[in-house]
Design a protein around this ligand. Structure first.
Ligand code: F2R
Ligand code: MG
Ligand code: MG
Ligand code: MG
Length: 362
């Protein structure tokens, strides 16, 4: 299990660093070009000297994941004021890590806010609707590790909701983060042979009550029936609709990437990037014939990036799921050596693992 904890956090960093090369390339990217690029980077790395910077830098995805992990580790529980302070401090120290377009407004207010008010700035975003960006989902990997031994879906959802609400209060951002957390949790508990239909059904079972509860409580007008087929984004329960669509996709031997991009999305909204990450992870569990020379962790990352769009974030989420399943040994040494801050992620995974052991023996 320690290998899987490390695989999860290191997989997330590697996905972010490699994916960042292509973030914002909105066309699909040939897998052979990504593989070629990685080979070139490895050649360049061979010439680096001790202490030189790693060729691939991490982005906001990893910066915020580090804050989540360190806060949980050092406080031993969720401490809203501490985590919020870490987010803001890290942003002001390195604002050029490619943060989302609006989130800086939250950090500005968080910088010297009264600890009781830490959830308020996020709730004000976008005229009170909150951000639906994937900034909550992209950083959530430490949560299922922290809560692993408790093995309680409701408590995991509460923890994820609290962590996400510090910056993202829109229901789609929160449900997206919960979906990523459950996918990681299920991966940690899975055998190497994943039953993809069961994996998806389990996710739907967990997401459905949340999406339905939101629909029931929503003051919005129900979406009007359209004569044309509605896009999955407009479904009342979009995550469950996309998960159901994934089951069809995984049976389709002639599945095209353009179909995935069209039906699931690949942009900065949580609802149009979290499903692409889950699908990339699940496709690689079945082995991708075109990438047969790569192991399944590598296949996950290359496939996730090849969808284009928000590549760092889709790959970091898929990488966390794949690392949680295949373990740290599946992440090539050469990739780890190219990416900034891998050692830090490994150490944080070890600390989260030890926290679980401590709480189960006390
Ligand atoms: N921002 C990026 N990538 C683009 C630029 C990279 C960099 N500047 C460069 O070129 O070097 N990547 C990172 O942002 C995503 C996570 O974003 P997050 O944290 O969710 O931010 P934010 O600002 O809250 O939301 C992102 C955008 O989504 C739209 N949006 C969100 N909620 C909305 C709402 N309720 N109404 C209307 N629009 C909403 C806005 O356009 C936001 O700016 C990750 O990809 C990370 O890697
Ligand atoms: Mg990023
Ligand atoms: Mg469970
Ligand atoms: Mg991104």
């Amino acid at each position: 299990m320690l290998s899987r904890f490390k695989g999860c956090l290191v997989g997330a960093v590697v996905g972010d660093c490699i994916g960042a090369i292509y973030e914002g390339h909105y066309a699909k990217i040939q897998t052979s070009l990504i593989i070629e690029k990685l080979k070139k980077l490895d050649k360049a790395r061979e010439n680096l000297k001790e202490g030189d910077e790693k060729p691939l830098s991490y982005t906001d995805d990893t910066a915020m994941t580090q804050s989540v992990a360190l806060s949980l580790i050092q406080k031993g529980s969720f401490d809203a004021a501490d985590m919020a302070k870490r987010f803001a401090e890290k942003f002001f120290k390195e604002p050029n890590r490619g943060y989302g377009g609006n989130i800086y407004k939250v950090f500005q207010e968080l910088e010297d806010i009264d600890p009781e008010d830490v959830f308020k700035p996020a709730a004000k975003q976008f005229n009170g609707s909150g951000s639906y960006g994937n900034g909550g989902a992209m950083r959530i990997s430490p949560a299922p590790l922290f809560a692993f031994n408790e093995n309680n879906d409701t408590k995991l959802q509460e923890l994820v909701t609290s962590i996400t609400r510090l910056t993202h209060t829109h229901h789609l951002a929160i449900h997206g983060a919960i979906l990523v957390a459950h996918a990681i949790d299920q991966s940690l508990r899975c055998d190497a042979e994943v039953d993809v239909n069961k994996f998806i059904d389990d996710l739907i079972t967990k997401l459905k009550p949340l999406e339905e509860k939101y629909v029931a409580s929503s003051q919005d007008e129900p979406p009007t029936k359209k004569s044309v087929k509605r896009s999955l984004d407009e479904e009342e329960t979009p995550y469950c609709a996309k998960l159901a669509r994934m089951k069809e996709m995984l049976q389709d031997e002639s599945l095209q990437k353009s179909t995935i991009i069209h039906d699931l999305g690949h942009d900065v909204a949580a609802v149009s990037s979290v499903p692409a990450a889950v699908l990339s992870f699940l496709i690689a569990t079945q082995k991708i014939p075109k990438l047969k020379d790569l192991n399944q962790f590598e296949q996950t990352i290359i496939y996730a990036i090849s969808l284009g769009g928000d590549t760092d974030t889709i790959a970091t989420m898929a990488g966390a799921m794949a690392g949680a399943l295949y373990g740290i040994e599946s992440i090539p040494e050469t990739w780890r050596a190219c990416c900034e801050s891998v050692n830090k992620a490994e150490k944080m995974a070890e600390d989260l693992f030890n926290l679980n052991n401590r709480s189960s023996s006390s």
